[in-house]
Design a protein around this ligand. Structure first.
Ligand code: G3P
Ligand code: MG
Length: 240
């Protein structure tokens, strides 16, 4: 059976507070091949790693990421709501996560959260950081906002890119050409054998999110997924 690449979704977010450095470190320790993380911009334009547009669900704060200055955002507690064991864990900047990644061999999937808030210049800021840390070759940039993906693909020597979709697209390979993107990241339930076969035979990698159930992980492997995103990289790896 073909090998399956494991990305820790928001790190090891089933066992650690999502999108924090300790969550990424746990995914690395578990033996994941890569990590996935979500990026937004603070009021002063700093790329930070957080999934929601608002801080309410994952921190002890209230409000929109875009309305926080970086120095205020990093004072929030992003660990306590997961477990008191992780009290005091901050929201990381993308810069510090990238710096840490250089000390590992992990691949990286940066998801641009530009669906609801248009963060002016986010794409170029991220490319500048990837260039600074020389991580472009290890990174896939994805987004549900395909204009963001297209923006990346139209730059000089872009990193690998992927569109994110929740549901089936008709002939996604043609659409991918329009966007200029390399890969398809698709919600696990929307994937079937035909879509997989017809996409992959055109040299397009197919990666599925978010696959946590052990039986489904084996199914994804059998189906020939190039990679999965999982909240539990440790137990996913043990299931092989
Ligand atoms: O990139 C895969 C997955 O993270 C997309 O959905 O909402 O978990 O960011 P979400
Ligand atoms: Mg994501």
């Amino acid at each position: 059976m073909a090998s399956l690449t494991i990305f820790g979704h928001r790190g090891s977010s089933g066992t650690h507070p999502e999108n924090t450095l300790i969550s990424f470190q746990a995914a690395n320790k578990a033996g994941a091949n890569g990590i996935e993380l979500d990026v937004q911009l603070t009021k002063d334009g700093i790329p930070v790693v957080i999934h929601d547009e608002r801080v309410d669900r994952t921190t002890n704060g209230v409000g929109w990421v875009k309305d926080f200055l970086y120095e205020d955002l990093i004072r929030l507690d992003a660990g306590q709501s997961f477990s008191s064991r992780f009290q005091g864990t901050p929201i990381p900047s993308l810069d510090e996560v990238l710096e840490w990644i250089t000390s590992t061999t992990l691949s990286l999937n940066i998801e641009l959260k530009t669906g609801y808030v248009s963060y002016e210049g986010i794409e170029d800021k991220i490319l500048a950081l990837l260039n600074h840390y020389q991580l472009k070759d290890r990174c896939i940039i994805s987004s549900f906002n395909h204009y963001s993906v297209k923006h990346i693909t139209q730059t000089d020597s872009p990193p690998e890119t992927a569109i994110l979709i929740m549901e089936k697209l008709v002939e996604p390979w043609d659409y991918l050409k329009k966007v200029g993107a390399h890969g398809l990241h698709i919600e696990w339930q929307s994937l079937d054998e035909d879509l997989m076969h017809n996409t992959q035979k055109r040299g397009i990698p197919v990666r599925a999110f978010t696959v946590n159930d052990q039986k489904e992980i084996l199914k994804a492997q059998k189906l020939g997924c190039d990679a999965i995103f999982t909240d539990f990289p440790a137990s996913s790896i043990q299931s092989f």
